[in-house]
Design a protein around this ligand. Structure first.
Ligand SMILES: NC(=O)CC(=O)C(=O)O
Length: 372
C-alpha cells in the first residue's frame, strides 16, 4: 500500500475575520525527503531513485524514531492556537427556531419576543436561524436585503438585535439576513456582544447551489455573492466560529476554526426536506467530534406552504459528538447548557491534537499564515 497524502488548503486571518483568498495544495516538505515507513513500492511502476528503498530499513525503524517523525505541531499551519480561557465556562444557550413569514416587520417583532423569552429562561447566548427576516428565496433576497453598514435606519433587523443584546445583556449570534453592500447581496450573520456592539459579520462563504432533479434545485449564486472571510469572534461566552448552513459541509472551515481556538461553532442553517433527514445531524456531530468542540445550529420552523420547506431540528452537540438538545420542526426555543470543561476532558481522553501526522498532511490556514 502506498500512503496517500491529503493537503488541505484553508484560509484565515485575525480572530475577527478574514477570507479565503487562495488555496494551497502542496506536499509536506518532509514527505519529499522521507518515505512513509510502510510504503511498499509497486514493482510494476518506475520510481525515481529518491523513492526506492529497502523494506528492511523500514522494518528496523524504532517506535520512538517513528513517533519523532510524526510532527503533530506541523499538521496545522500555522500551529494550532491554545484554547483560550473564556470569561465564563458554563452558561445556558438559547436556540430560537422561528417561524418566518413574508411580513418583515412581524418577523422582527417575533424574533425579538423569542430572544427575550430565551434570556428570561437564563440564556447568555442566543442564536437565531438562517434568513429569519425574509422568505428563503432568490426573489425575496433583493427585496428584504438591508445595508447593515449604513446604520440602524437602513437595517431594522440588526438594529433590533443590537438593542436586544444591550438591554438583555446577552450575546446574540443573529442568524442571518440578506445583506446589501453596494451592488452585491450576501447571506450575512451578525454577532452582537452584551453591550449591543457588532462584534463580527460573517458572510456565507460557500453558496448553496444544489441540483437533485425531482427533489430540490436551488442556486443561491443567482442572487448572492460568497463571503471571503472565515469568522472567529471572542465574546463573553467564549471564542465562537461562525458558519451559515452550507458552510457546515466544508470540514476544512471547522478544522480551521478549531485551530484558531474556537470553543463553539454556530451554524444558523435551513436544511431542506431532501438533505435534512440524512445529513443535518450527521454533519453537526461530525464537525463536533472531529474538532472536539461544541456545535450549535439554529433553523427556521417548517412552513409546508412555503416555497422552500425547511427541515428544522435546531440542535446543540457536545465535544464528544453527543446530541445535548434538539427539537422537531415546529417553532421552539431550546435552552441547554454549555460547559467548556467538557472540551478539555474530551481532548484529554482522546488527545487528537498530539496525534496528528504533520509529516503526512497539513491544514494550511491561508489568511492566518499570510498575516504573520
Ligand atoms: N440551505 C443550505 O445552505 C444548505 C442545505 O440545505 C444543504 O446543504 O443541504
Amino acid at each position: 500500500m502506498r500512503l496517500g497524502f491529503l493537503f488541505l488548503s484553508s484560509s484565515s486571518s485575525s480572530v475577527v475575520g478574514s477570507s479565503i483568498s487562495r488555496s494551497i495544495v502542496r506536499p509536506a516538505p518532509s514527505l519529499l525527503l522521507h518515505r512513509p515507513f510502510h510504503f511498499i513500492p509497486n514493482r510494476t511502476t518506475t520510481y525515481s531513485n529518491r523513492f526506492q528503498f529497502s523494506p528492511r530499513t523500514t522494518l528496523t525503524a524504532s517506535a520512538s524514531s517513528m513517533a519523532s517523525t510524526f510532527k503533530p505541531e506541523q499538521a496545522r499551519v500555522p500551529p494550532a492556537l491554545q484554547l483560550p480561557s473564556p470569561p465564563i465556562t458554563k452558561f445556558k444557550i438559547g436556540l430560537c427556531q422561528l417561524s418566518v413569514t413574508a411580513d418583515k416587520e412581524r418577523n422582527i417583532v417575533h424574533a425579538r419576543a423569542a430572544i427575550e423569552e430565551a434570556a428570561e429562561k437564563g440564556a447568555k447566548l442566543v442564536v437565531l436561524p438562517e434568513i429569519w427576516n425574509s422568505p428563503y428565496s432568490n426573489d425575496s433576497f433583493p427585496i428584504y436585503a438591508e445595508d447593515i453598514d449604513a446604520g440602524p435606519d437602513a437595517s431594522p433587523s440588526t438594529a433590533m438585535l443590537s438593542e436586544a443584546a444591550r438591554l438583555l445583556k446577552i450575546t446574540i449570534v443573529g442568524g442571518s439576513i440578506p445583506e446589501r453592500s453596494g451592488d452585491k447581496l450576501y447571506n450575512t450573520c451578525c454577532v452582537f456582544d452584551a453591550d449591543g456592539k457588532l462584534k463580527a459579520k460573517h458572510r456565507k462563504i460557500h453558496l448553496f447551489d444544489i441540483d437533485i432533479p425531482g427533489k430540490i434545485t436551488f442556486k443561491e449564486s443567482q442572487t448572492l455573492t460568497a463571503g471571503e472571510t472565515p469568522t472567529v469572534v471572542d465574546t463573553e461566552v467564549g471564542r465562537i466560529g461562525i458558519g451559515i448552513c452550507y458552510d457546515i459541509r466544508f470540514q476544512e472551515l471547522a478544522m480551521l476554526y478549531a485551530a484558531r481556538g474556537a470553543h463553539l461553532i454556530c451554524y444558523p442553517g435551513a436544511f431542506n426536506m431532501t438533505t435534512g433527514p440524512l445529513h443535518w445531524e450527521l454533519l453537526q456531530r461530525a464537525r463536533a467530534v472531529d474538532n472536539q468542540l461544541y456545535v450549535a445550529t439554529c433553523a427556521p420552523a417548517r412552513d409546508v406552504g412555503g416555497g422552500y420547506v425547511a427541515w428544522g431540528h435546531s440542535t446543540l452537540i457536545g465535544p464528544f459528538g453527543e446530541v445535548l438538545a434538539t427539537t422537531e420542526h415546529d417553532e421552539a426555543i431550546i435552552i441547554s447548557e454549555i460547559d467548556y470543561s467538557q472540551i478539555d476532558l474530551r481532548r484529554t481522553n482522546l488527545p487528537l491534537e498530539k496525534q496528528r501526522r504533520g509529516d503526512l498532511y497539513q491544514l494550511v490556514d491561508v489568511q492566518r499564515s499570510s498575516s504573520q
